[in-house]
Design a protein around this ligand. Structure first.
Ligand SMILES: O=C(O)CCC(=O)C(=O)O
Ligand SMILES: [Fe+2]
Length: 365
């Protein structure tokens, strides 16, 4: 048979929706596929050539600035820190922080717990495998599995950290203490960062907190297992983050890349550092001063998984209107975005494909 006909036939008979549903119903996640001994990846994980081209080009050396937060309460040092945070947020939308006040053993415990959770027997994880984000704890593969054109080589769990934590028995015991500890540490750090970001915009430092952005964080624990065909899929394809800002703790495996113009920059692992990036909502609130920038994670054939935990800061006041901060609007610099409720924002976000077309453009005037 001519190759063209074979291709055609495959296209006609391939029932993608059925394969995806079967995979999701099996509740084994990507890790379960790996453990079953597959040597090729299922077809719905294959990304199109335009996503895959250039994946193997060596990225430019990382130029993600690392900012030392020690000296935060000395007014001279603080203004230097604010300057660096604001500069990075205006340019790349990404920076790393060291001396952020979270002890190294807390970082290690959090990463360790995510790893141990994901490496439990499949049948134990299947008991908590569910997509309902309305519950306090959800564990599943690919938030946009049913909306996307190609799936990512990643399993993740989601925990609502506020306005209040879920009932503790909703969080699997194997990572319960670590989640509670991480919640406390990142809420405090989130407020510190929000103040610095406000100062960098020259608005009142409590402005983001006042708008309830420190009250409804969402935690996502990411696990990227060994991939037998890492050049054909993505760990997480290029996207921007939804909240005001994200605090990310990665393990040492690397493979996170940030888009700078036409180039992808590797985010180098800095021991003990946290990665901070501006999300779509803060780009809008800052009236385009701060940038919510595309980033992605490459799949890998390393035996050691990439593990990361992201905390996204969302507002708790879901029906309030959000848009460019009034203080930043003037006849010379009119508002560049329309106002929206967080409910509208959230509904749009969860029903779209997670991709580089950020919500920023949706609300742009
Ligand atoms: O695993 C990572 O480092 C990045 C994950 C990410 O971009 C996200 O969860 O939004
Ligand atoms: Fe992200």
């Amino acid at each position: 048979m001519a190759p063209a006909a074979t291709t055609n036939k495959n296209t006609e008979t391939y029932d993608r929706a059925k394969d995806i549903k079967e995979f999701d119903d099996a509740k084994i996640g990507v890790k379960g596929l790996v453990d079953s001994g597959i040597t090729t990846i299922p077809r719905f994980f294959l990304h199109p050539p335009q996503t895959l081209s250039g994946l193997t080009t060596p990225p430019d050396p990382a130029l993600i600035p690392t900012i030392d937060l020690s000296g935060l309460y000395n007014s001279h040092l603080r203004s230097t820190i604010v300057g660096k945070v604001a500069h990075a947020s205006r340019q790349l939308g990404f920076f790393q922080i060291i001396n952020h006040g979270i002890e190294p053993d807390i970082l290690e415990r959090m990463i360790g717990a995510i790893k141990v959770f994901n490496e439990q027997p499949a049948e134990i994880k299947a008991r908590v495998y569910r997509r309902e984000m309305s519950s306090g704890f959800a564990f599943f593969t690919n938030v946009d599995l049913f909306h996307s054109k190609a799936a990512n080589w990643n399993d993740a769990f989601f925990v609502r950290l506020g306005p209040s934590l879920p009932e503790l028995d909703e969080i699997p015991e194997i990572l319960r203490n670590e989640v509670v500890e991480w919640s406390e540490c990142t809420k405090k750090l989130g407020e510190v960062l929000m103040e610095l970001l406000c100062e960098g915009l020259r608005v009142e430092k409590g402005r983001l907190k006042e708008l309830s952005f420190s009250e409804a964080p969402m935690m996502v624990g990411n696990y990227y297992p060994y991939c037998p065909e890492p050049d054909l899929t993505m760990g997480v394809k290029s996207h921007t983050d939804p909240g005001a800002l994200t605090i990310l703790l990665p393990n040492h495996i690397g493979r996170l890349q940030v888009k700078d113009g036409l180039e992808w920059l590797d985010v180098e692992h800095v021991p003990g550092a946290l990665v901070v990036n501006i999300g779509d909502i803060l780009q809008i609130l800052s009236n385009d001063e701060y940038k919510s920038v595309q980033h992605r994670v490459l799949a890998s054939s390393s035996d050691e998984p990439r593990v990361s935990v992201a905390v996204f800061f969302h507002p708790s006041e879901k029906e309030s209107l959000y848009g460019p901060l009034q203080e930043l609007i003037s006849p010379e610099k009119p508002a560049l975005f329309q106002q929206f409720t967080y409910t509208d924002y959230n509904n749009r976000w969860y029903t779209k494909e997670l991709d580089g077309r950020s919500m920023v453009n949706h609300y742009r005037l």
